[in-house]
Design a protein around this ligand. Structure first.
Ligand SMILES: Cc1cc2nc3c(=O)[nH]c(=O)nc-3n(C[C@H](O)[C@H](O)[C@H](O)COP(=O)(O)OP(=O)(O)OC[C@H]3O[C@@H](n4cnc5c(N)ncnc54)[C@H](O)[C@@H]3O)c2cc1C
Length: 235
């Protein structure tokens, strides 16, 4: 959006913006970075799965999913996947201790369904923060399965980041093909007591959703939130 419009958005929604400071930065390698934002978040409402938004330059905003959020303590942690392909990634790469920013939100389409007996989370490198949060938030009696579609050279990263997930191969031509194969191998009934959370690459979500529908999973059990789309800037 034009700079003047981005400024207007910030002014009009100033009540919804929370000033936060970067208090901790942790690099896992050149592609994964965890950043802690601290500020007064006491008036915010957060549900696990929700996202926050930041203005990443004069004209662009980007969404990110907290991997930890404590409104009373005023802490929001985000795990950034740094792919160096766009302004969001460049902005995240540049974040350093003592930077002050405005956090927008939280909100979004995904929200942990606490009534569900089982949960299946699907995503990719950008979803590892979400997966991390689900792991700590889902009650042990509620089943949690996670499938993460990653590039070959990132296969060990979920484990390094403490995310217990089935690893699916990422395919340019057949989005979610391996993830669907994994899902079919672990699903042994209709999963009619489950909620499905589909995140990450838009094309993979589309295919995974079709596979679930084909198996008879009703739409009301499926939550989708694309995090990025091939050839498209900023979702
Ligand atoms: C609701 C929501 C939650 C999100 N949560 C997180 C999160 O927790 N952590 C996180 O790291 N990111 C997350 N993202 C993605 C993040 O907001 C940015 O969209 C992403 O970093 C790309 O922004 P960019 O400006 O760098 O690239 P863009 O300018 O948006 O895209 C530039 C080019 O890079 C390609 N591209 C973008 N992302 C990827 C990718 N992952 N792999 C391959 N190619 C890509 C695009 O197709 C495009 O061709 C989330 C997005 C949404 C919408």
């Amino acid at each position: 959006m034009p700079k003047w419009f981005a400024n207007t958005v910030e002014t009009v929604f100033s009540g919804l913006l929370k000033e936060v400071t970067v208090t901790k930065v942790e690099y896992f390698d050149e592609h994964f970075k965890k950043v802690r934002f601290e500020g007064d978040l006491s008036k915010t409402n957060f549900s696990v799965g929700n996202v926050v938004e930041f203005r990443v330059n004069e004209t662009d905003f980007r969404h990110y999913t907290p991997c930890f959020y404590d409104k009373e303590a005023g802490i929001c942690d985000v795990l950034f996947y740094l792919h160096s392909l766009g302004v969001g990634s460049d902005w995240a790469e540049g974040l350093k201790k003592n930077d002050t920013l405005k956090l927008i939100g939280p909100g979004g389409r995904i929200k942990l369904n606490t009534q569900a007996r089982r949960h299946l989370v699907f995503g990719d490198e950008t979803s590892l923060g979400l997966m991390h949060f689900f792991q700590t938030a889902v009650h042990p009696e509620q089943g949690l399965e996670m499938i993460v579609e990653v590039n070959d050279w990132f296969q060990y990263w979920p484990d390094e980041l403490g995310v217990v997930a089935h690893i699916a191969k990422k395919s340019q031509e057949n989005p979610a093909k391996d993830a669907i194969r994994i899902w079919e191998s672990i699903h042994n009934d209709t999963w009619n007591d489950a909620t499905f959370y589909l995140t990450g690459r838009a094309k993979s979500i589309q295919n995974f959703r079709k596979a679930l529908q084909y198996k008879g999973v009703p739409n009301k059990q499926i939550m989708c939130e694309p995090y990025w789309a091939d050839g498209k800037t900023g979702l």
